[in-house]
Design a protein around this ligand. Structure first.
Ligand code: ZN
Length: 250
């Protein structure tokens, strides 16, 4: 897999705060019965529909680098009823650190738990790298609230787990727990992922057949798949009529 650097999803420090900001942002993120103290159930982390999402770069990256990232992020924009506003300064909904030592992102509204000047998204890949396009599209998918596709309940990837632990520890320095969370443990709530399992998703890790039963493999996807587009449009539906919500009287 050359120098492919796996994405590690970043977690909000305090899951209760993450839940509160998610529900304040978009009431549809609420769990029935709220969040329990003992078991932190997964909740949705979707932005409010129609919102302007502000995006800033930390650390003053070069203009060509910023533009390369912006162009890719904008590939998501036609499929969501959000608009993306790239702003200057160190405070925004999404704060991108380029030249990072890993690729990663918080999921959706979890980014609101991060203070000004601290990144919500890490991008290690640089323009010209074979994985730059994949990484930026993938990380921004997380920023919109998407999870790892290979953790879909229907994925059933025939992993060779011992080899996975060994490979990811040796190549990427990932702990067993990080591998479990990012590769192996399916997400427990199936309404988080509203699509069908999709091996062409930009949110799917590449999977080498050396790490499975020797047959199953997934290449490094480089585009927002048609299922990704369908799912993100379901999550952020774009109104196609000018119906104003008022009652129609016969
Ligand atoms: Zn990821």
């Amino acid at each position: 897999m050359c120098n492919y650097k796996p994405c590690v999803t970043l977690k909000a420090v305090d899951p209760r705060v993450a839940y509160q900001v998610a529900v304040a942002e978009n009431g549809d993120n609420a769990l029935p019965g709220g969040i329990s103290i003992r078991a932190v159930a997964m909740h949705k982390q979707l932005w409010a529909g129609g919102r302007v999402l502000t995006i800033a770069f930390l650390g003053r990256p070069s203009e060509p680098l910023k533009e390369a990232v912006r162009v890719l992020i904008r590939e998501w924009e036609p499929y969501v009823n959000l608009s993306f506003d790239f702003i200057e300064g160190n405070n925004a909904d999404i704060k991108i650190q380029t030249n990072a030592d890993q690729n990663g992102s918080l999921i959706g509204t979890d980014a609101l738990t991060i203070k000004a000047g601290q990144p919500t998204m890490l991008i290690k890949a640089m323009p010209g790298d074979f994985d730059f396009r994949t990484v930026v599209l993938h990380e921004f998918g997380h920023a919109l609230g998407l999870h790892h596709e290979h953790l879909h309940l229907d994925a059933n990837i025939p992993w060779n787990k011992e080899k996975v632990y060994e490979e990811y520890a040796t190549k990427y320095g990932m702990s067993k727990e990080e591998v479990d969370v990012n590769l192996l443990n399916p997400l427990s709530i199936d309404d988080i992922l509203v699509g069908v399992y999709d091996t062409t998703s930009i949110m799917h890790y590449p999977v080498e057949k050396e790490l499975t039963n020797g047959v199953f493999e997934v290449p490094m996807n480089t585009d927002i798949s048609s299922e990704d587009k369908r799912v993100i449009q379901l999550l952020y539906p774009i109104a196609h009529s000018h119906y104003d919500g008022s009652c129609e009287h016969p």
